[in-house]
Design a protein around this ligand. Structure first.
Ligand code: SAH
Length: 348
């Protein structure tokens, strides 16, 4: 059998060529495209003739994501999904309700190769990149399951989005399409561990998404110890790319800082962090935003989660030093498995 084709990842031009190659009329692509952007299965494309649907079933790669498990928080209605992919791999997404709308946290890869020491997603390495259609599929599946619209996306699930650059950029284009899920760029956040050349490449696209950067430490010594990527691109290279990103897009960057008890959560760590960011962004007028996350304990890492009071004290120092600091609220505490742990449970 010849290789199957992922038409759910195509843009309208590619889809037009695809239908032309089947000898179908030009309007076919336009007719089908909005449905593909909502991950509608071939069988449900009932405006197509039976014979064309049959032909598509034989040609098209079915990249739909299936719900393998679903955990619902009794506290706040947060839903954590374990999704099964077409090749039997698993990923996770989390559906959260906020006042400003429903947010889905999606995965970008099966596994991850960045090796951050506190993170469960990277244990076992990277298996493969997700296809654009599988990024879209997580949203369609959550919308179908909850009956609610997803209005915001955060790319903070399993994987390093900028290590899957082309597919992620295509996904952004497709998810933003008004005839599809129609999620505005301003409602999308992308989090990176700091793949510097890709941050620069993303800046050139000038998409008004929010970039989050996982900093987690204020010195190279401390950062290299918990994030191997720092040995490739150090803090000064990373922050210089962030400054250029801000200048080129006008979009402020939000820095992620995972608080690890006794490791990076002292008052002097807070002072060093504030002064590092102030120096890097001086003269740019950029507001300095830091999201504090108390580390989720992953048994392999041995890192300890500090108290809420310690996090609040850390935030207060940052605020005093001219930064905006928020301690991430913990949704779905009763179903919480630190990111990547559901999948690990399934595969190990
Ligand atoms: N690879 C991307 C996005 C995925 S992780 C990145 O590194 O940014 C999303 C955020 O959760 C990152 O800031 C990451 O460092 C953080 N994170 C990962 N494991 C964590 C844990 N056990 N506790 C708290 N935060 C964690």
């Amino acid at each position: 059998m010849s290789e199957r084709i992922d038409i759910y990842s195509m843009n309208i031009n590619e889809l037009t060529d695809f239908f032309a190659s089947l000898g179908e009329p030009k309007y076919r692509a336009k007719q089908v495209y909005p449905h593909l952007l909502h991950s509608v299965p071939i069988d449900e494309l009932t405006s197509l003739s039976k014979s064309l649907r049959e032909r598509l079933r034989e040609t098209v790669l079915d990249t739909s994501v299936g719900i393998e498990r679903r955990l619902v928080s009794k506290i706040d209605g947060t839903v954590k999904y374990l999704f099964r992919l077409y090749d039997g791999e698993f990923i996770e997404s989390v559906f959260m309700r906020y006042k400003h709308g429903n947010t889905l946290c999606i995965s970008s890869q099966v596994g991850c190769r960045m090796g951050c020491r506190f993170c469960a997603s990277t244990i076992g390495g990277r298996v493969r990149d997700l296809l654009p259609s599988e990024l879209i599929g997580q949203i369609s599946a959550a919308e179908r399951d909850t009956g609610l619209r997803v209005s915001n996306i955060v790319m903070m699930g399993i994987g390093e989005p900028l290590d899957n650059f082309d597919n992620v950029v295509r996904f952004l284009e497709l998810v933003n399409d008004p005839s599809g899920l129609n999620i505005g760029y301003r409602h999308i956040s992308l989090s990176t561990s700091g793949v510097v050349p890709r941050i620069r490449e993303l800046a050139e696209l000038k998409l008004p998404i929010t970039l989050s950067v996982s900093l987690h430490a204020a010195t190279d010594e401390a950062r290299s110890e918990i994030m191997p990527i720092n040995k490739k691109w150090n803090i000064s290279e990373l922050l210089s790319a962030c400054v250029d990103y801000y200048k080129s897009t006008g979009r402020r960057i939000s820095f992620e800082y995972t608080l690890i008890s006794g490791k990076n959560d002292s008052e002097s760590d807070a002072l060093a962090l504030a002064s590092l960011l102030r120096r890097a962004f001086s003269g740019t007028g950029a507001p300095l935003h830091i999201n504090l996350i108390r580390v989720n304990e992953v048994k392999e890492s041995g890192f300890r989660r500090g108290s809420a009071e310690a996090a609040a004290a850390f935030a207060a120092v940052l605020e005093r030093e001219g930064c905006v600091a928020t301690v991430r609220r913990r949704l779905g505490a009763d179903i919480n498995a630190a990111c990547g742990q559901l999948r690990r449970g399934e595969t190990s």
